[in-house]
Ligand binder design. Structure first.
Ligand code: NAD
Ligand code: SAH
Length: 417
């Protein structure tokens, strides 16, 4: 097995973590057992770029169980768990990743995965797929398809489709109901608060938490912050989402106002410079800033650095920016995903659903090789429903089924005639 990891001797603790995650991924385990029997991915090489931690390892091993050769790297330079990377290398997966990669190392590792000439790509944020389309075009002819994990990656891929440059079909796994309703909302809701708590050890109750963006991620964060007793303020640019936030009972105001009262700011927009210089200027001393959106561009860290008289690391995941008027602003996780950089990302029970979607999307692409166009496709709805059914079954929750009479009623238009 070829690998480049921080330290292969870290593997024992990585194995324990992978086994722990596996224990909490019953749906993925069921899929893996079927994959082991049917080997639907036999002969394929799969290139993966995901947050390289214990739950992603369970997905990599599931695809391997399906008969694929798997090469994996991280999807963010600060979210790789070195022990998990080492353990995966010991379980016959090609691994190229370590915590704290420079940007050059990050892209070199993506290219090391691509050197395996994958026919399928599992991406999170679309960095690997974009690399193929810009610097590794020689691979385009052999790639059957790709799967994308997150909202911002799907937006990038749809822009590639619009510009007619997308060179293979992609499944927008993020857009599955069983992905965004649970992962983006409840997963990010819990894990972002987890990140803030682990980083700061601060009390949430009674604090003013500003959530920027009221999409699926923002909704989850606002819900969980309120559940812990915070006064939640939402900022938005979309009138419908803003109205939704108002009727969900939150205060909604422009960032210029929210900046003055917030004590903890969490961005979740997928957009850039949502918190910027004009906002830093009016913030309270001690304000905490962090991001749960895809990229490290939501908070204008460059501007913050330029304004600061001094910067120092005051805790593991916290940098203190001291401004010329004496105010101190605290940035968590360097403005990267707070839930993955300062904590361990979504809980395994959530990634069980998202990664079951991924495993079935990979199988679907293989089954439909040659039949799909170079477009971004929705995750097939029957697979979506199947994952929900399996999750309910694993949770021991039973539901009703339609009677024949009810089915006929729902399908007819002649009520009462
Ligand atoms: P979404 O499209 O549902 O929501 C984004 C919202 O932000 C929209 O309502 C949009 O109107 C709003 N917005 C855009 N610009 C804004 C601005 N300047 N000010 C205020 N609001 C603004 O997307 P989502 O699924 O909620 O995902 C949001 C981001 O989080 C994406 O980048 C996604 O990739 C990422 N994500 C992160 C995690 C994680 O684990 N941290 C999980 C899932 C998704
Ligand atoms: N390349 C981007 C990735 C976006 S992160 C970046 O880091 O800048 C957003 C995705 O992370 C979500 O769609 C979610 O499914 C995934 N995620 C959250 N917790 C995770 C975990 N514990 N393990 C693996 N992926 C996770």
């Amino acid at each position: 097995m070829d690998y480049l990891v921080k330290d292969i001797s870290l593997a024992p603790s990585g194995h324990l973590k992978i086994d722990w995650a596996d224990r909490h991924c019953p749906v993925l385990r069921k899929i893996r057992e079927r994959f082991e029997r049917e080997k639907p991915l036999e002969g394929l090489t799969i290139g993966m770029s995901l947050h390289l931690e214990m739950k992603s390892a369970v997905l990599a091993l599931t695809l391997k169980a399906g008969g694929a050769e798997v090469a994996i790297t991280g999807s963010n330079p600060l979210t790789t768990k070195d022990d998990v990377a080492a353990a995966l290398a010991e379980r016959e997966v090609h691994v190229y990743a370590w915590y704290g990669e420079t940007l050059e190392e990050y892209y070199a590792n993506i290219n090391r995965v691509l050197d395996h000439k994958p026919q399928l790509i599992v991406d999170d944020g679309a960095d690997m797929i974009v690399e193929v389309h810009t610097k590794r075009k020689e691979l385009l002819g052999q790639i059957i398809g790709g799967c994308e994990e997150t909202t911002s990656g799907v937006i990038r891929l749809k822009a590639m489709e619009r510009d007619r440059v997308l060179g293979f079909p992609v499944i927008a796994v993020n857009d599955a109901y069983t992905k965004y309703l649970f992962d983006n909302r409840y997963g990010t809701g819990q894990s972002s608060l987890d990140g803030v708590l682990r980083a700061t050890n601060m009390l949430i109750a009674g604090r003013t938490v500003v959530v920027c963006g009221y999409g699926w991620v923002g909704k989850g964060i606002a819900l969980r912050a309120r559940g812990m007793g915070a006064k939640v303020v939402v900022t938005e640019v979309d009138p419908i989402k803003a109205l939704e936030a108002v009727m969900d009972g939150y205060s909604v105001m422009p960032m210029s106002e929210a900046a003055k009262i917030g004590e903890i700011f969490i961005t979740a927009t997928g957009n850039k410079n949502v918190i910027r210089e004009e906002h830093f200027r009016v913030m309270r001393d001690g304000a905490i800033l962090c991001n749960a959106g895809h990229f490290d561009v939501e908070i204008d860290v460059k501007a913050l650095r330029a304004m600061a008289e001094s910067v120092r690391r005051v805790r593991d995941c916290i940098d203190e920016y001291r401004l010329s008027d004496g105010r101190r602003l605290y940035l968590l996780g360097e403005g990267r995903l707070v839930n993955l950089v300062c904590a361990e990302g979504h809980p395994a029970e959530i990634m069980d659903i998202s990664f079951s979607d991924q495993a079935l999307a990979v199988e679907y692409l293989k089954k439909n090789e040659g039949k799909l166009e170079n477009k971004v496709y929705r995750f097939p709805v029957e697979l979506d429903v199947e994952v929900a059914r399996l999750k309910l079954e694993a949770m021991g929750v039973e539901i009703d089924t339609l009677t024949e009479e009810q089915r006929e009623y729902l399908e007819s238009w002649r009520h009462g005639t």
